[in-house]
Ligand binder design. Structure first.
Ligand SMILES: Nc1ncnc2c1ncn2[C@@H]1O[C@H](COP(=O)(O)OP(=O)(O)OP(=O)(O)O)[C@@H](O)[C@H]1O
Length: 318
């Protein structure tokens, strides 16, 4: 059995003049969580909405379980479950009837439907609230019901668009458990988020998207390796750009040949280097000699968030 169930090739989507998704390609496997990471407006939802058939792509293609999302849309949708960013529940249907509705929409009938709905209700922790309306639920309970509706027909591919936005910590960890058990059941999960710590906890492989383009892709371990164990040192204060660059160049020419400038303007200086804490005093010394005043300093260990900064020179959450 081929383990690749989702193939996205050179996908593009424009809204008028706005190129929201620009040639995105990736593959995702059964029994794995694929993270699509990027800041607000990067193009994550547009990518998800194209894959789920909600938006027609402007270019490129995608297939789910071998079915092209445009030419074999019905078969593609049958293998797909979607948990959209905004809740998609019927307020006038009880929890169990919301699940029954989605089960029927995907062709489940009779005892198979009854059993599956019962299993999913327990699975999402709403067994004792089956007959209640979603409006009586907390935000986290609604999210879990939304999740249940997406998995009731046992999809091969599950798309989750920022599922933890506005969710309390307890419901968040329950959602993580649900994602992990779907993976254990063999589903391929595409998980979009701008929380890098969620990606580091959940994802087997990730793609980082910025301005509609994938700027890095691989397993979390491989991307960490790409960072070359670099710390990110962020300084804010007053910097004369020219004098400061000269000072940093002197350091690079000396012992700190791995020192890099990530971004630099008059009010801030972001540097990266391995084992930064060992070299703080020499960095501060040369900056001081260049006439810089430093108001604030922060040192971050390498993670996906610092990788984003190293690749783009920008903060993930601004
Ligand atoms: N219906 C639309 N019409 C015009 N532009 C749009 C539309 N939807 C999204 N965009 C633009 O497309 C780009 C990508 O948006 P998208 O919602 O896909 O990003 P995102 O990464 O999902 O961000 P967020 O997490 O904020 O939803 C943004 O520049 C956005 O303003």
């Amino acid at each position: 059995m081929n383990s690749t169930v989702l193939i996205v090739e050179n996908l593009g989507k424009s809204y008028g003049d706005v190129l929201a998704v620009d040639g995105v390609s990736f593959r995702a496997e059964r029994g794995s969580v694929f993270g699509l990471l990027g800041p607000n407006g990067a193009g994550k939802s547009t990518t998800i909405n194209c894959i789920s058939g909600l938006l027609p792509p402007s270019s490129g293609r995608a297939s789910i379980n071998g079915a092209d999302i445009v030419n074999a849309a019905k078969a593609a949708k049958q293998s797909l479950g979607v948990v959209p960013q905004d809740l998609a529940l019927y307020d006038d249907l009880s929890a169990i009837d919301n699940l029954r509705f989605w089960g029927q929409a995907y062709g489940l009938r009779g005892s198979e439907l009854d059993e599956r709905v019962k299993t999913v209700l327990t699975y999402i922790g709403l067994g004792d609230r089956a007959r209640d309306l979603p409006k009586t639920f907390s935000g986290g309970m609604k999210r879990r019901l939304n999740f249940g509706c997406a998995v009731v027909h046992r999809p091969a591919v599950l798309l989750l668009d920022e599922p933890t936005v506005g969710v309390d910590p307890q419901s968040r960890s329950r959602l993580f458990e649900l994602v992990e058990s779907e993976r254990a059941n063999g589903a391929c999960i595409v998980y979009t988020t701008h929380y890098m710590e969620e990606a580091e906890r959940l994802c087997d492989s990730v793609a980082i998207i910025d301005n509609g383009q994938l700027i890095a892709q691989g397993t979390v371990a491989a991307l960490r390796e790409q960072l070359d164990a670099r710390d990110v040192l962020q300084l804010s204060g007053n910097f004369d750009t020219e004098k400061c660059t000269r000072a940093i160049n002197d350091l690079q020419a000396g012992a700190l040949d791995k020192l890099q400038i990530v971004s630099h303007d008059e009010g801030s200086l972001v540097l990266s280097l391995p084992d930064a804490s060992q070299h703080l005093s020499s960095i501060f010394q040369v900056l001081d000699n260049s006439g810089a005043t430093i108001a604030e300093t922060s040192l971050r260990r390498p993670n996906l968030e610092t990788l984003f900064m190293l690749l783009t020179g920008k903060e993930l959450r601004e």
